[in-house]
Design a protein around this ligand. Structure first.
Ligand code: PEP
Length: 250
């Protein structure tokens, strides 16, 4: 019933040549054997070329960020309609690196969500707690706050354009992964929050991805959990074989 998704967040990696090389390698993979929708999120500079390269492929393209405005005097920024015009279908919003390094607030993220949906870009909305909050057993509250403040201003009907990515900050790029049980526990919690805010139908339809050091050797176990609908993959998405193996875990 829910779409299973494996998305690769390339972060600030890959110049144009490297990007094309990686995309061509991914194109050679036979993803038809997997049930997952496959998405890649290259840096802005590679998006148009990625769109051209992937034209006859089922692989979809995401941006790693967006600006919340339509156009204007926002030097250095990229708008949702610009992204649409180069074949982008998804936008990652609220990645922990954007929250921490660029100090993106829940309030700003809420505006980005609105802007993306207004332009028909699907949203991959990232939430997740830092280590201190996990240690203090506050992770359930953290994700609830992040959802409330960044996402729950949208209407139930707009939720079909939203995928949630739970990414514990302590597991991103650290080699440390949440156990499948920890992932399941919090995904189930997120689903309950969605049901309370919207409805059982919405929660049953919303894909919730896990992110945080997912690799070929742990993907299957994590994805097997009933409330985990796939993964947002950082480091391992930069290697075509590893990423493909993760996709094939479904
Ligand atoms: C990410 O950046 O979203 C991520 C999950 O990174 P990694 O897989 O490298 O932990």
């Amino acid at each position: 019933m829910r779409t299973q998704i494996v998305a690769g967040n390339w972060k600030m990696n890959c110049d144009l040549d490297e990007s094309q090389h990686l995309l061509n390698a991914l194109k050679q993979k036979d993803f038809s054997k997997s049930n997952a929708e496959v998405i890649v999120a290259p840096p802005y500079t590679n998006l148009y070329a990625a769109h051209k390269t992937l034209e006859n492929s089922s692989i979809k393209i995401s941006s790693q960020n967006i600006n919340e405005n339509d156009k204007g005097a926002y030097t250095g920024e990229i708008s949702p309609s610009m992204l649409k015009s180069v074949g982008v279908e998804y936008a990652i919003i609220g990645h922990s690196e954007r929250r921490a390094i660029y100090e993106e607030s829940d309030n700003l993220l809420a505006k980005k969500v609105t802007a993306a949906l207004k332009h028909d870009l699907k949203v991959m909305f990232c939430i997740g707690e830092v280590l201190e909050k996990r240690k203090a057993d506050k992770h359930f509250e953290v994700v609830e706050e992040q959802l409330k403040n960044g996402l729950f201003h949208i209407e139930a009907s707009q939720m079909k354009g939203v995928v949630i990515a739970y990414e514990p900050v302590w597991a991103i790029g650290t080699g440390e992964t949440a156990s499948p049980e920890q992932a399941q526990e919090i995904h189930e919690h997120i689903r309950k929050i969605l049901a309370k805010q919207y409805s059982q139908e919405i929660t049953d339809q919303t894909s919730i991805l896990y992110g945080g050091s997912v690799k070929p050797n742990n993907a299957k176990e994590i994805f097997a959990k009933k409330d985990v609908d796939g993964g947002l993959i950082g480091g391992a998405s930069l290697d075509a074989d590893s990423f493909a193996e993760i996709v094939m875990s479904f």
